[in-house]
Design a protein around this ligand. Sequence first.
Ligand code: BYC
Ligand code: FE
Ligand code: FE
Length: 469
Amino acid sequence: MTAISDEKIPNNVNLAGDRRLQRALEAWQPSFINWWKEMGPEGFQAKDIFLRTAVSVETDGWAHFDYVKMPDYRWGIFLEPKKEGRTHHFGDAMGQPVWDEVPGEHRNMLRRLIVTQGDTEPASVEQQRLLGQTAPSLYDLRNLFQVNVEEGRHLWAMVYLLHTYFGRDGREEAEELLARRSGDRDRPRILGAFNEPTTHWLSFFMFTMFTDRDGKYQLSALSESGFDPLARTCRFMLTEEAHHMFVGETGVQRVAKRACELMKQDPNGDVRKHGGIDLATIQKYLNLWFTLSLDLFGGEVSSNAADAFGAGLKGRHKEDRYSDHVLLEATHHMHVLEDGKVVEKDVPMRTALNEVLREEYIKDCQRGVDRWNKTIREEGVSFEFKLPSSRFHRQIGMWSTASFTPAGEMISKDQYEARHDEWLPSAADEVYVKSLMQAVTEPGKMAGWIAPPLKGINNLPGEFEYVRL
Ligand code: BYC
Ligand code: FE
Ligand code: FE
């Protein structure tokens, strides 16, 4: 076991052995706690929550459960143990020893990647800060807070890298990470989806299904990094990410299951009449959050992606599965928009790496959607959720310059506007879904628009008091 030392800042990086760094992080800690109290879950800071906390970085060591008040959560710094003799396994420095310090020539690019990653973590907490007031059950309330404290820890992970390896400008970036605000007109978060409001639990489940899954793929690509401290911290972050996606996937699945049950009860299959969220409306929220999350992979053709790969800073998801790790001759066959037409083309592989990662992500999303459709089939209902085309509803990249249907056919902007509410949540859908969001706080009870989970947290019963109100 790699023990986590029990200091003011729990860590497995021997923080006590570096007084300067320890002081810098101890100085940042109060700012973080202030930010948490101001922008973290509103109304629950003094409550006991049944949370999982890391006690070691080994496979099971971080699954320690107990009641904690969120501001006392043991946020800390956990890196996977160092593997001696690790070498660059992709890019221009292929075969050379990995870096333990920031290479001067790649400093700016590396800092930008770390800051972008770090910025998403507090942003998501900000987006979700009011959801506790409308949780459909104590089980869901606890899961929300578990996700929130872990995103807070992910921020710590990036701030550790900034403080340790980037000196003064690293410290300044760490302050900025607490100063930007999701959705703020003057100081927004860096990436698009992290400025979108997450106003109710259906959006929260879609967010953890699709946007946290972007996290999985970005962290996976960064966990291949030749900057070893980044690789090691991302590998540990990935172990926490699985639960976030579990919350999203099972959350949507339970909403869909409930819709099916209500459909079968009503002679006309009317779900809304009985206070459920109909499958067609769920599909619209799927369309919204899936496409917002596609934007997070950046442009389809990107010199930034090529540079990050060449520099050995950001690899592909599971780089070892590939045989060519240099990619100077390879090309990627893909659809592109040329002279206003969708055509197929071979693009130099390095510049196509955002698209390569996005394609892996889409396959993973499809596996989740297949499981939702299996639930619907098992309910005996004939309906299938579909992932829209990656050209639909884009705001970043080449597809953002034209309009497309969910099937991927190009249409005029007017046609698109006319059909917007058929494909994406309308103002009325949003009002309806929000109208269902009433907190249910009795242990074991569930709001009427969602089915109960198959089992409780850590195999505890459904009526366990996950949050003491
Ligand atoms: N919104 O070359 P391009 C997570 C900018 S989620 C706004 O096409 P690049 C989490 C871009 O910055 C994972 N701007 O893209 C989930 C660039 O600007 P500059 C987060 C955007 O650079 C849930 C310009 O457009 N981690 O962990 O190859 C809860 C041209 O860019 C967007 C990371 O993202 C956008 N969507 O790739 C909590 C990993 N997309 O430089 C947490 C780190 C692009 O011209 N980030 N732009 O001013 C990266 O690897 C890359 O920065 C990106 C973009 C993949 C985001
Ligand atoms: Fe995260
Ligand atoms: Fe996450």
